[in-house]
Each structure stands twice: as structure tokens, then as C-alpha cells.
Design a protein around this ligand. Structure first.
Ligand code: NAG
Length: 663
């Protein structure tokens, strides 16, 4: 035994000495931690944070400060990972109160923090203050109206405030039953929580499961928040717990591990201490039976009142629609209230775009202060909504530097609201067809970068993900430009909404006039190759600086692809390029773009390259083979203008997608 302790001691010394910021505790016997308040370590190694008394708080800290800043990357906060096992015990006579939290804070002094709903972390004066530099994951068993808690059993991610940036009802995916099962934080059963921060993407993932289960494949919640602005150079890790007046609740930690820059070491659950057995208070006046009876009566009463209040609220308050099947998407739901606040009530001054699908507003989320683009989509039919939301949520998991991240959604009456990452430089068409002097038309180098970026985003959608994602609406107004003028694809999946929502017999073709492949117009079936067609048109558009179709009012509209193809046949391909580019361009790249654009927008789908090939040509890894574009005459039968002149389809497309390109 002595020998074992010695080894443990040595292990600790070694880990301090080398500065590898990681530790693992399975039980807390003989470990060096800093405790305050009601916190204590029990003889069996349990770490008790609160002891069942009312209005108390307790903290535990890893004794040495940690530095999260990556000195070689601009002092940004690096990735970290923590996991812990906790248990909340109530004495049987009172509901659990108030809660506990895992936190990262700039100091070990929490003497000014309040117990009860402040969880021993903050107080009414400093709650919400960015100077707190506090990150916490709360396990809260009381619903506090002032912090807009979602219920009395939730896990929340809190930054500088007890009002959570995001919170969710704890659930886990039971691989045996295949169902998403509810967890009760105060069930007296030990549970494990995982907290992971990715310093590159700024994603914070939190997952929970009953003790003994593996870490869930998908986190229950993810938010993107740059912790570089939150965590200071010196930080302490720890746990806090607090009770309100009632007391009767004990908060425990059974095991804890942490690693900076990598996944938290596994905790050996076989060696964890046991939670104490529940000791019900003896009731001298009431027998056990009468207690249960009274409890039953109270429960029925509470349920009835609760149901009535719920129904009344649902009817009269501007409640978001929430159906059972949406519960599992909880983390991706935004509350209407937050979005309303973010856009100051969808005021016109925040309007940044208007397209066939709806209006887009710029907003700032109230708690996280993140800039977002909020898109309101009107949707008459509720049919297909479930599939659509499922798709939205799965699209929300797509991550690529050339794709605008979909953050979540909100559903309300006949409206669907999608929340996207905000792109400060707006959409490409505004730069391509600029008439104002203060917004310069983009140069060739930038255009070629955008082309390559969009091609790589599209390749990711088509081939690199677990399922094929077809964008269906590639066009210059759906190419958004980030801070560094990288092109990013936005707005996908929306076209699908219309397909889901309408009678399959009359399924409307989705897409935008000028970018629709001939076979798509004939069959209404979108494939990766219909995306390639639209990408080809976009390529020509970027290289020629002209819209795909101009002057519809005249009898013979200008059709870009036919015009470029004519130049090709006349041996004057380079004359098709944008004259505004003057001399600052690379002839090889321009020529490549024109040829590739023609090839991608070939009327025969099987004649087009796939995105993998497109990428190879764009990167110069393969020379573009010589091919002969079909000339306008021989295209009869697939010809774009024949299709566009079919009035019924034409009108649908026009109204749906906004011919003008969305602004
Ligand atoms: C996070 O913020 C820091 C500055 O606070 C910045 O240097 C860094 O680039 C940001 N990280 C990301 C991924 O945006």
C-alpha cells in the first residue's frame, strides 16, 4: 500500500514537473486538491461539495493554475477535454436544489459568490459581466425564471453568466433500446459528463450518459464560442455546488480527468467510490402510505395545473412550435425570443437580403453576442417538416471552410427560421455586378480563389461526407464571402423544403433560372451532376462577368453559355472574358475556367466531369482535355431556351428563387 501511494505521489510530481497539463482522478483519496466551503473528501474517496444543509456552497480546485493559451498560436485558447462522474443525492423529503457546475475561472476566490441559484459561482452584481472570465457547465435541478432556465433538470453551457448560452434536457442514446432516453440529474445514480473544446473550430461539445456507458458518438449539444476572449492566462479548474434555503441535497464528484490539447484520459470506473445510500427521513406524523397518498394527490394537482398553464400559454403566448419528434434536435433549436431580440424584432434596418425563399436579417445573439444571419422562410405546409428539420440538423453537422455553417433553426406557426454564421462581405453577385464605386469589382486572383473554394466545398458535399448532399441552388447570390474574401456556399437544402412540402405529382423543380441543367428541367430530379452544371454556369459568370441570362424581355435573350460556346467555335475564346479585368489576370487560368465552365455546363449530364475531376483541373494537377462544346444548333432537344420558354415551369422558377438573384 505504502509503495502504491509512493508511486502515485511520484506520478503527480512527474506530471507537475514536465508541465503536461493532464490529470486523472478515480476517487479522491490522498490527492492534493484545494477545497472551500462545505466541500470535503470522504474516507471512501468521494468528493462531497454540499452536505445537505441549506444556503451553503462548496468548491474544489485543481491546486495549480493552468495556462490554456497556445503561445505559438497568437495566445488563442487551445483545445482541451474534461470528463467527470457526478452524483446528486436528495434526502427523499425535498426536491433537489440547486445545482453544481464544472468551471474554469481566473481565481480560486469565490467568497463573493452567492449560493442557491447562483451555484456558488457569481452574484447578482457580477452576473453576466465579461470581466468574470468564467466558463462553466452547469448541472441545474431548479428552474430559475430570472435566468430563463428551460426546466428543472438541465445541463447548460454558461459563459460569464448563469443565464446559459445553451441548455438542454439531459438525454443519452441507449444503444440497447435504440431510443433517446431521458436522464434525471438528481436520480441518485452516478452519471458521466464530457466537455470538449476544439481550439481550431471553437466548438464546445457537451455529452452526458449514465456511468458505465461509452462516450456518446454525437455530443448532446455543441455551440461555437471563441473561448480566447474568455479564458485568461492564469486559470483554475474546479467544481462548485450550492443549495438554497431548503437544503436536503448533496452534490458529489466521483472521478475527474482532464487533458490540455487532447482527449481527456479515461477514468477507470471500476475503482470509483460508491455514492451513499439514500436515507429517507422518518416521518413521525404520517405513515409511509399516507405520505405516498398525499404525494400522489399533489402530483395529480401539479400535473393538472401545469397542463392547463401550458395549454393556455401555448395558445396565447407567441410560443415556438415544439413537437415530440423535435426533442432530439433540442440543441439546434433557437428560441424565437432570442432571434427576435437578436434582430430587434426583425427590423428593416437589419435586413441584409431578400430572396425567393424569404428575408435574411443580420442579428446579434443576446447572450453569446455572436453575429448571425437569420433567414425567415415562409412555409405553408407542415407536411415533410420533420424530414426537413432532420436534414437541417444533419446539414448543421457539415463543417467545411467553404460552406456557410448552419447553426440551427426555430419553428413558429407557418414560419421556419434558419440561423447561419454571418458573412461580413455579403454575396458574390454584389461584387460581380457592382455599379457603385465604393465596392470594387473583384479581381482575377480573388475570383480564381473563389472558384477553387466553391469547387472544394461542393466536392465535400458530394463525396466526402457520409451521405451525398446535393446543393440544388448554386448561383452567384448563394456564394457568400467571408472576412478574407473566401467563397462559401450558403443556403443549401432549402430547395428540398419545397419538394417535401408539395404533392409529388406536381413537385416543383427547384433551382434558379439560368442555372438549371436541361435534364433537371425535364425530370425534376436533382443529382450531383445538376450541381456540376450550375457550377459550370457560375464559373462562366465569374470569368465573363455577365449574368447567365440577360434581357429576358427581348425575343432572343442573351444566354451566357451559348455565347461562350460561340466564341469557342470562332476561335476567340479569350474575348469572352470580363473586360473589366484589364491586364491583371493569368491567361492560363482564364482559359482553363472558360473551358471547364463550358464542359461542366454540357447539356448531356454524362459528358460533364464530376467535382473530383474539376478539382484536379483547377489545381493544375491534370490538363483539361480538348473537347468540343456542342454548338447552339446541334443542341436542339436539350437547349436551355426551349426549356425556359415553357411558361408553367418558367413562372414557378421565377417566383420561387427570385430571378434577380436575391437582393
Ligand atoms: C478567437 O479569438 C482570438 C482573439 O480573441 C483570435 O485571435 C482567434 O483567431 C479567434 N479564433 C477563431 C478560430 O476565430
Amino acid at each position: 500500500m505504502k509503495c502504491l501511494l509512493l508511486t502515485l505521489g511520484l506520478a503527480l510530481i512527474v506530471s507537475y514537473g514536465t508541465g503536461t497539463d493532464q490529470f486523472t482522478y478515480a476517487g479522491f483519496s490522498n490527492v492534493n486538491l484545494t477545497l472551500d466551503g462545505t466541500a470535503s473528501i470522504k474516507p471512501n474517496g468521494l468528493l462531497q461539495l454540499t452536505n445537505g444543509m441549506g444556503q451553503v456552497k462548496g468548491h474544489v480546485f485543481y491546486p495549480a493554475p493552468l495556462d490554456f493559451q497556445n503561445k505559438s498560436a497568437n495566445n488563442t485558447v487551445q483545445s482541451f477535454s474534461a470528463t467527470f462522474v457526478f452524483g446528486i443525492i436528495t434526502d427523499g423529503s425535498s426536491p433537489s436544489n440547486d445545482g453544481m457546475a464544472f468551471f474554469i475561472a481566473p481565481s480560486m476566490n469565490f467568497s463573493d459568490a452567492f449560493p442557491a441559484q447562483f451555484l456558488g459561482l457569481l452574484n447578482p452584481q457580477n452576473n453576466g459581466d465579461p470581466k468574470n472570465h468564467l466558463f462553466a457547465v452547469e448541472l441545474d435541478t431548479v428552474s430559475n425564471v430570472e435566468f430563463e432556465d428551460i426546466n428543472d433538470n438541465h445541463v447548460g453551457i454558461n459563459i460569464n453568466s448563469l443565464r446559459s448560452n445553451i441548455s438542454f434536457a439531459p438525454k443519452f442514446y441507449d444503444s440497447k433500446s435504440g431510443n433517446l432516453e431521458d436522464l434525471s440529474l438528481s436520480s441518485h445514480e452516478p452519471m458521466q459528463v464530457w466537455v470538449d473544446y476544439d481550439g481550431d473550430t471553437n466548438n464546445i461539445d457537451v455529452a452526458i450518459a449514465p456511468l458505465g456507458m461509452a462516450k456518446p458518438m454525437y455530443p448532446l449539444t455543441t455551440i461555437t464560442y471563441n473561448l480566447s476572449a474568455v479564458l485568461t492566462e492564469t486559470t483554475y479548474l474546479g467544481f462548485s455546488a450550492a443549495s438554497s434555503n431548503f437544503g436536503g441535497t448533496q452534490h458529489y464528484v466521483l472521478g475527474w480527468s482532464f487533458r490540455m490539447g487532447g482527449p481527456a484520459p479515461a477514468i477507470d470506473i471500476a475503482t470509483l467510490p460508491q455514492l451513499p445510500q439514500i436515507v429517507a427521513k422518518s416521518h413521525s406524523i404520517f405513515s409511509k402510505q399516507s405520505v405516498s397518498f398525499i404525494a400522489l394527490v399533489i402530483t395529480i394537482f401539479v400535473l393538472t395545473v401545469g397542463t392547463i398553464v401550458y395549454l393556455v400559454r401555448r395558445r396565447f403566448v407567441n410560443a415556438d412550435l415544439l413537437e415530440d419528434w423535435e426533442i432530439e434536435f433540442g440543441p439546434h433549436r433557437f428560441s424565437f425570443k432570442d432571434l427576435f431580440q437578436a434582430t430587434e424584432g426583425f427590423k428593416d434596418k437589419h435586413l441584409i437580403g431578400r430572396g425567393g425563399f424569404g428575408q435574411v436579417y443580420k442579428g446579434i445573439l443576446p447572450t453569446s453576442k455572436t453575429e448571425v444571419a437569420v433567414k425567415r422562410v415562409s412555409h405553408e405546409s407542415r407536411q415533410g417538416m420533420r424530414e426537413f428539420i432532420a436534414e437541417v440538423v444533419s446539414i448543421g453537422r457539415l463543417r467545411h471552410r467553404n460552406i456557410v455553417q448552419l447553426l440551427g433553426y426555430c419553428r413558429r406557426k407557418r414560419e421556419l427560421i434558419l440561423v447561419y454564421e454571418y458573412m461580413p462581405n455579403g454575396s458574390l453577385d454584389n461584387y460581380l455586378y457592382t455599379t457603385s464605386d465604393d465596392r470594387p469589382c473583384v479581381g482575377w486572383h480573388e475570383r480564381f480563389q473563389i472558384i477553387k473554394g466553391i469547387a472544394s466545398g461542393l466536392l465535400y458535399l458530394h463525396e466526402s461526407w457520409e451521405q451525398i448532399v446535393i446543393h440544388r441552388d448554386i448561383k452567384s447570390s448563394n456564394v457568400l464571402l467571408d472576412r478574407d474574401m473566401n467563397g462559401r456556399l450558403g443556403d443549401f437544402g432549402l430547395a428540398r423544403l419545397y419538394n417535401h412540402g408539395t404533392d409529388p405529382q406536381t413537385t416543383r423543380m427547384a433551382g434558379t433560372f439560368g442555372y438549371i441543367a436541361p435534364e433537371l428541367a425535364r425530370t425534376g430530379k436533382a443529382t450531383p451532376l445538376t450541381d456540376v452544371f450550375a457550377f459550370g454556369i457560375l464559373l462562366l459568370e465569374l470569368t465573363c462577368g455577365r449574368r447567365p441570362i440577360e434581357g429576358r424581355a427581348q425575343d432572343t435573350p442573351f444566354i451566357l453559355v451559348d455565347w461562350v460556346s460561340e466564341h469557342w467555335h470562332n476561335g476567340s475564346l479569350m474575348e469572352a472574358m470580363d473586360t473589366r479585368l484589364q491586364s491583371e489576370y493569368n491567361t492560363d487560368e482564364v482559359c482553363l475556367s472558360l473551358k471547364l465552365g463550358l464542359w461542366c455546363s454540357h447539356p448531356l449530364p454524362n459528358a460533364r466531369p464530376n467535382m473530383q475531376q474539376v478539382m484536379l483541373y483547377l489545381e493544375g494537377d491534370l490538363p483539361v482535355p480538348e473537347f468540343i462544346p456542342m454548338d447552339v444548333e446541334s443542341k436542339e432537344g436539350f437547349d436551355a431556351h426551349i426549356i425556359f420558354h415553357q411558361s408553367d415551369i418558367g413562372t414557378d422558377i421565377g417566383t420561387m428563387s427570385g430571378l434577380s438573384g436575391g437582393r
